[in-house]
Design a protein around this ligand. Structure first.
Ligand code: AMP
Ligand code: MG
Length: 493
C-alpha cells in the first residue's frame, strides 16, 4: 500500500485519521481498490474539495484522476470495505460494501471528519455475485442529485468526483465504467448494527454504539442512558430528513435499512427521483413493484427501519430484556409525534405560516387533495403560491382550489407578519428548480452518449441555487411533456 504513495501528494491536503479501522475487525475488510485501465476525471467538485481542506489544483489533473480511480492511494489512507447487513424490501440479508472502498476519514481545517469513499472501485469480499463496478450514467446521476439535495438544504452525502475507468461494465449491454467519490459524515447504517446483532456480538454492538455517539452525538458521551438517548436522536434526525424529502417531492426509492444512515444523511442514490404531478402513490423504481417505497409511504417505512435499529440495541438498553423491550417500544411509539412536529414545521414554512393553528395540517391536506385531483405539479404549485398574480394552470381555475386559497388567505391574515414576510419565508422553502427527471436524463445522455459534459455542468449550476428566482432558469422549471411522464428508474446500477 505504501509503495505507490508519493510525497507530492502531501500538497493535495490529505489529512486522514481513520477511526473506523480501530473498531473490531469483523466490521470491515482491509483491501485496496482494484486499479483501472485508463482513469479520466470527468467531473470534479472544486468547492467541496476546498471545504474538505483539499487543494483543487493538486487534484484536478492526472494525479486526482489516479486517486479518484483507486489507482493511487493517497498518503494516510487505510482502504477498507465495510461490513453491514440490511433489510432489503423487508427481507434480512448480510451485505457489505460490494463495490465501494472507504479510503479513510479526511479531517478538515475546522476539525470535521468526513468519509472519503470510492463507489465502483472493484470487487471486495462482500461482492457476492456482483462485479464491484459501476456504470457512468448512475454515478453521474448520484453526483447531480446528491449535489442538488445539498443545495436544497437537505442532509446528504456529497459527491467529490467522477472518473471514467476506460473499462466496460456489463449490465444488459456494455456500458462505460466509472467511479464516484462519495463524501459522507459517516457510513454507519442501521444495517451496520443489524450485522452485529445477527452475529450475536453484544460487545460489538456496545462498541459501535459508543463510536456512533462519539462521532455524531458527542454531547451524549457522558449521559447515563446514552444508548436510549442515541435511539431518540437517530429518530429525530430521520424524522427531520424524511420530512425534508416530503417537502420537495423526493422519493428515495430504496429505503432499505442498509440505506438508512445513523447520522441522518440521505445516502445511496439509486432509483430515486423527484415527483412532478402530486400523487402520494408515486413510485419510480422499476424494482419496487409493490410500491413499498412510494412517496407517501416514506414516513411509515422510516419508522419500520428505526424499529429494526431499536431491536439491535435491546441487549444494551437494559439488563432486563423485558425492560429493554419496553423502553424501545416506548421510544418507537413516540415517532409519529416527532415526525408530525417536523412535518408541521416544514409545511407551515411552505405555506408562509409563522404561527401555529390546530387546523394547519388539515389545510395542507386539502391543498394536496386539490393538487392530486388536478394533477398539479408539486414543485411549481408551491412556488406559484408565492407569486403575486395567479398562475395560469388548471389548478388555479379550479373552484375547490379557489375556495382553499380564500381560506389560506384568511389564515395568513390571522398572523402578525405581512404578506411580504410570508412570501420571503415561502420562497426560502419552496424551490423554483429541482432536478427534473427529463433534465437529468438529458444531461446524462449528453455525457454518456457524446462525452459532452457541458449540459450537466449547466444543470449543476442551476441546481446550485434552487430557491433563486432567475429568468434564465425558467426552462428548468417546466414539468416534462406528457409523453415523458412515465419515468422509471432502474436499480441495475
Ligand atoms: P445498493 O442498492 O447500492 O444499496 O446496493 C446494495 C448492495 O449490493 C450493497 O451491498 C452493494 O455494495 C451491493 N452491490 C451493488 N452493486 C454491486 C456490484 N455491481 N457489485 C458488487 N456489489 C454490488
Ligand atoms: Mg446501499
Amino acid at each position: 500500500m505504501k509503495a505507490n504513495t508519493s510525497t507530492k501528494q502531501l500538497e493535495a491536503g490529505w489529512n486522514f485519521d481513520n477511526s473506523y479501522v480501530r473498531l473490531p475487525e469483523s466490521l470491515y475488510a482491509r483491501l485496496n481498490p482494484a486499479p483501472v485501465r485508463e482513469p479520466r476525471l470527468v467531473v470534479f467538485n472544486r468547492l467541496l474539495a476546498e471545504s474538505l481542506g483539499l487543494r483543487p489544483e493538486a487534484l484536478a489533473g492526472d494525479e486526482g484522476a489516479a486517486i479518484f480511480a483507486g489507482n493511487l492511494i493517497p498518503a494516510g489512507a487505510e482502504p477498507i470495505a465495510q461490513a453491514y447487513a440490511g433489510h432489503q424490501f423487508g427481507s434480512f440479508t448480510i451485505l457489505g460494501d460490494g463495490r465501494a472502498i472507504l479510503l479513510g476519514e479526511q479531517i478538515t481545517h475546522g476539525g470535521e471528519r468526513f468519509d472519503i469513499q470510492l463507489k465502483g472501485s472493484g470487487r471486495t469480499p462482500f461482492s457476492r455475485r456482483g462485479d464491484g463496478r459501476a456504470a457512468l450514467g448512475p454515478m453521474l446521476r448520484e453526483y447531480i442529485i446528491s449535489e442538488a439535495m445539498h443545495a436544497l438544504g437537505i442532509p446528504t452525502t456529497r459527491s467529490l468526483a467522477v472518473v471514467t475507468t476506460g473499462e466496460q461494465v456489463f449490465r444488459e449491454t456494455p456500458l462505460q465504467g466509472a467511479i464516484l467519490t462519495r463524501v459522507a459524515a459517516s457510513h454507519i447504517r442501521v444495517g451496520t448494527f443489524e450485522f452485529l446483532a445477527a452475529k450475536g456480538d453484544l460487545e460489538g454492538i456496545r462498541t459501535l454504539a459508543e463510536y456512533t455517539i462519539r462521532r455524531h452525538y458527542p454531547d451524549l458521551c457522558d449521559a447515563e442512558d446514552r444508548y436510549l438517548a442515541l435511539l431518540y436522536r437517530v429518530m429525530e434526525r430521520q424524522a427531520a430528513l424524511v420530512t425534508k424529502w416530503l417537502e420537495v417531492g423526493f422519493i428515495h426509492g430504496v429505503m432499505n435499512t442498509d440505506n438508512t444512515s445513523l447520522c441522518g444523511e440521505t445516502i445511496d442514490y439509486g432509483p430515486c427521483a423527484f415527483m412532478d404531478a402530486y400523487d402520494p402513490a408515486t413510485v419510480f423504481s422499476s424494482i419496487d413493484q409493490g410500491g413499498r417505497y412510494a412517496y407517501g409511504n416514506q414516513s411509515q417505512i422510516v419508522q419500520w427501519n428505526l424499529t429494526r435499529f431499536a431491536e439491535t440495541l435491546l441487549p444494551i438498553l437494559h439488563e432486563e430484556q423485558d425492560q429493554a423491550v419496553r423502553l424501545a417500544q416506548e421510544a418507537i411509539s413516540t415517532f409519529p409525534e416527532i415526525f408530525l412536529r417536523y412535518r408541521l414545521s416544514g409545511i407551515r414554512a411552505k405555506l408562509g405560516l409563522f404561527n401555529e393553528e390546530s387546523a394547519d395540517l388539515e389545510l395542507t391536506k386539502e391543498l394536496l387533495t386539490c393538487m392530486q385531483q388536478n394533477r398539479a405539479d408539486f414543485t411549481n404549485t408551491f412556488r406559484e403560491l408565492t407569486a403575486e398574480t395567479a398562475a395560469d394552470t388548471a389548478l388555479f381555475r379550479d373552484a375547490g382550489f379557489l375556495d382553499w386559497q380564500r381560506r389560506w388567505q384568511e389564515r395568513l391574515a390571522r398572523q402578525p407578519q405581512t404578506a411580504a414576510e410570508s412570501r420571503t419565508l415561502m420562497r426560502a422553502h419552496n424551490p423554483a428548480v429541482i432536478p427534473r427527471n427529463h433534465r437529468v436524463e438529458e444531461a446524462l445522455e449528453a455525457a454518456v452518449e457524446r462525452s459532452d459534459f457541458t449540459v450537466m455542468a449547466k444543470l449543476l449550476e442551476v441546481l446550485s441555487r434552487p430557491y433563486a428566482e432567475r429568468a434564465e432558469d425558467y426552462d428548468y422549471r417546466s414539468p416534462p411533456e406528457p409523453s415523458a411522464q412515465c419515468y422509471q428508474t432502474f436499480c441495475g446500477t
